[in-house]
Design a protein around this ligand. Sequence first.
Ligand SMILES: [Mn+2]
Length: 141
Amino acid sequence: MPTPSMEDYIEQIYLLIENKGYARVSDIAENLKVHPSSVTKMVQKLGKDEYLIYEKYRGLMLTSKGKKIGKRLVYRHELLENFLKLIGVEKDKIYEEVEGIEHHLSWDSIDRIGDLVQYFEEDSSRREALIHIHNKSEEDA
Ligand SMILES: [Mn+2]
C-alpha cells in the first residue's frame, strides 16, 4: 500500500499525464509545492515499488499498477470535493480540506460517501432539504 505522500505523487502524476500527456519533475514539484529534489527521490521510490517507469527519452510513465491506483485516487479526490460542496462547505476551502482528509479514510468509508452523494443527486428535493437545515443552523448561530 502506498503511503499518504506516495498517494499524493501518484495522484498528481496521473492527473498530469491525463491532462498534458506527460508528467515533468518540475510540474509535479510545482503542483505539490515541494522541491524538485524531493520529486526525484520519490520518483525513484515509486519506480522501485513498480508504480512507474522512467525512461530517458519518454519521461515518466505509470505502470498498469500505477494507473489503476492513480485512477482510484483521482476518483476519491473528486468524490470528496463533490461531497464537501454538496454539504455546503465554502468553495475556496474545499481543495485544501480534501487534501487533508483524503488519505485518512478507508475505501469502505469512501464508498459509503459515494452512496450518500448519489442519494442527494437522485432527487434534488433532498439537497434542498439539506440547504434548509444549513440555513436554519446559520440563523441560530
Ligand atoms: Mn488530492
